[in-house]
Write a protein that binds this ligand. Structure first.
Ligand SMILES: [Zn+2]
Length: 332
C-alpha cells in the first residue's frame, strides 16, 4: 500500500472552536494548512511532469482533483479506462453528454455548417485570429469529430485534413462535408510525411493521458513557420472559484457545483501558466492567448440557471476568470 500526501485545511469556527456537522450553517475560516499522510492504493503521477508529489484539491464523485507540487498541473485521479472513454465518445455524438445534464445537446451543434450555428460562429472567430498571423494553407484538425471545423476552414481557403478515433463522427464528415478524415490514433498518423501550416486541437488536450507527447507529435507535423491553435477549459475560472468556495464552506460536503466543471472525461485542467509550461516541454511557445466563455446557447439550462450563469460570466470577465482558454503557439 502506497501513501498519498494531502494538504488538509484546518478550520476553526467563528467562536474559535471546531464546529460539528449538527451545528447547522456555520462559516469556517481556513487559517493554516497541515500535512497528513493517508493510505492510497496507487500513487498518482502528474500527467505532465510525472512527479508523484501531489496535493489533494477536491474529492468529488469517484474522482480526486489533484494538484502537482512540482509543476502546479491540476489533474484527475483515477482516470477513466480507455474502453470507458471510447464508449463515452461513441455516445456523445449520438445520444449526447450523459454525466452533465446541461451538456445534453452540446454536441448536437457539431453537424450543420450554417451561419446561425453558434459553433460555426466560434470557429469563424478562431479562424479570424489564426488568419491574422497565418494565411490559409494546409490545416490538420486533431480530434476533428464530425468535420465541422474543417468544413468552415475549407470555405475560407484552407486545405482540410482531419483525424479522429470516432467512426460515428467521421462518417458524418465523409457523408455531409465531403471530407476524408483519418480514423485512428494520432500516433499512427504522425508517421505520415505530410506537414501543416496550421494544426488545431479544439478541446483535445484536456482529454490526453500524455499531453506533452501529444503536443510533441503536433509539433512534429508543423511546416516551417507553422502555427498550433488550441482551446481548453480554464482551470482558474470563476466556476472553480465559486465551486471551490462552496466546497470549503460546506466542510467539503457540497460538491455539485464543482462536478459541473471537473468532469470525468477531462483528465487535465490547465491555467494560462500550466498550459504554457506543458507546451514548452513539447518544444512549443505560446505567442497569443485569450480567455473566453462557453457559449450558453449550446447548454441546456432552465431560465433561472441561464440568468445565473450569464451573471457569473459577466463577473468572470471583470475578474479575468473566464472559463476557457484559446492559445496560438509555434515551435521554439
Ligand atoms: Zn507536474
Amino acid at each position: 500500500m502506497e501513501t498519498l500526501r494531502i494538504w488538509d485545511s484546518v478550520r476553526i469556527g467563528l467562536r474559535g472552536r471546531q464546529k460539528t456537522k449538527s451545528s447547522g450553517l456555520v462559516f469556517y475560516f481556513r487559517v493554516w494548512q497541515t500535512e497528513r499522510v493517508v493510505p492510497h492504493e496507487k500513487s498518482p503521477r502528474c500527467l505532465v511532469c510525472a512527479s508523484q508529489e501531489v496535493d489533494l484539491r477536491y474529492a468529488i464523485t469517484r474522482f480526486e482533483v489533484l494538484s502537482c507540487q512540482a509543476c502546479s498541473q491540476i489533474f484527475l485521479d483515477p482516470l477513466l479506462e480507455p474502453d470507458e472513454v471510447r464508449e463515452l465518445f461513441s455516445s456523445l455524438y449520438t445520444v449526447g453528454e450523459g454525466s452533465v445534464p446541461e451538456l445534453k445537446d452540446y454536441y448536437s451543434y457539431c453537424f450543420d455548417d450554417t451561419p446561425e450555428n453558434p459553433l460555426v460562429q466560434q470557429y469563424e472567430v478562431w479562424l479570424d485570429q489564426v488568419e491574422a498571423v497565418k494565411a490559409p494553407g494546409r490545416v490538420l484538425d486533431v480530434g476533428c469529430g464530425t468535420g465541422l471545423f474543417l468544413a468552415v476552414a475549407q470555405r475560407r481557403g484552407w486545405e482540410p485534413y482531419g483525424i479522429d478515433e470516432s467512426h460515428e463522427a467521421t462518417e458524418h464528415a465523409r457523408n455531409h462535408f465531403d471530407l476524408d478524415p483519418w480514423v485512428g490514433e494520432f500516433e499512427t498518423f504522425v508517421s505520415s510525411d505530410l506537414t501543416f501550416d496550421l494544426v488545431t486541437g479544439w478541446d483535445v488536450i484536456e482529454h490526453s493521458r500524455d499531453p506533452v507527447g501529444l503536443m510533441q507529435n503536433v509539433r512534429s507535423r508543423l511546416a516551417p513557420e507553422g502555427v498550433v491553435a488550441i482551446s481548453t477549459p480554464n482551470q482558474e475560472s470563476i466556476l472553480d472559484l465559486i465551486g471551490g468556495l462552496i466546497y470549503r464552506l460546506s466542510g467539503e460536503r457540497i460538491t455539485k457545483p464543482l462536478e459541473k466543471f471537473y468532469i470525468d472525461q477531462h483528465f487535465l485542467y490547465f491555467t494560462s501558466s500550466t498550459l504554457r509550461q506543458c507546451l514548452v516541454r513539447a518544444g512549443l511557445e505560446v505567442f497569443s492567448e485569450k480567455q473566453e466563455k462557453t457559449d450558453l446557447r449550446r447548454l441546456t439550462l432552465s431560465p433561472a440557471s441561464r440568468v445565473l450563469l450569464e451573471s457569473m460570466f459577466i463577473a468572470a470577465r471583470i475578474l479575468h476568470r473566464e472559463n476557457r482558454l484559446f492559445a496560438l503557439a509555434r515551435s521554439i
